[in-house]
Design a binder for this molecule. Structure first.
Ligand code: C2G
Length: 142
């Protein structure tokens, strides 16, 4: 059982995300996605349109994803690799060579997959002229 792990915000889920997840799953048998919490997004300087609960629920519906866990700090990655017995950490090529992932090579394989050109959450927001969401209207109903 080859276990794959990837990280991301996964806001406004789009085909670039899906293509990354599909290829990540093809590298093993079990795919774990560590999705940035709203608090960690603030540390990353990002404001997601959907809150963590909504982004987690959407990812859990993707056929390639076997488990979704929270990404709360930059520093948790080595512990994640150990705790979940991860064989491969996969990221899009915009992260290629980044020390945060290169440091994992002592613990697991690290693979960067080509980003899907022409799509991004920022592009979607810009083209739909989305403002920062008002509180509460973008959350899933209880
Ligand atoms: N991605 C992609 N093609 C796109 C857009 C995104 O392959 N057109 C990939 C990114 O490279 C990343 C994943 O999809 O591997 C998730 O993208 P984001 O949600 O933008 O993740 P990011 O904000 O880069 O967070 O600790 C790492 C961070 O949490 C990564």
């Amino acid at each position: 059982m080859k276990r794959v792990l990837t990280y991301g915000t996964y806001d406004l889920l789009h085909y670039g995300h899906i293509r990354l997840l599909k290829r990540a799953k093809e590298l093993g048998d079990y795919l774990i996605v560590a999705i940035s919490t709203d608090e960690f997004n603030a540390i990353k300087g990002k404001t997601a349109y959907h809150d963590y609960r909504t982004r987690k629920e959407m990812l859990e519906a993707v056929r390639y994803v076997d488990l979704v866990i929270p990404e709360e700090t930059w520093e948790q990655k080595i512990n994640d690799v150990k705790q979940y017995c991860v064989d491969v950490v996969v990221m899009g090529s915009d992260w290629a060579g980044n020390e945060k992932f290169e440091a994992l090579r002592d613990y697991c394989e690290v693979v960067y997959l080509d980003r899907t050109e022409g799509i991004s959450t920022t592009k979607i927001k810009k083209e739909l002229n989305l403002k920062t969401p008002q509180k509460g209207i973008n959350q899933l109903p209880e």
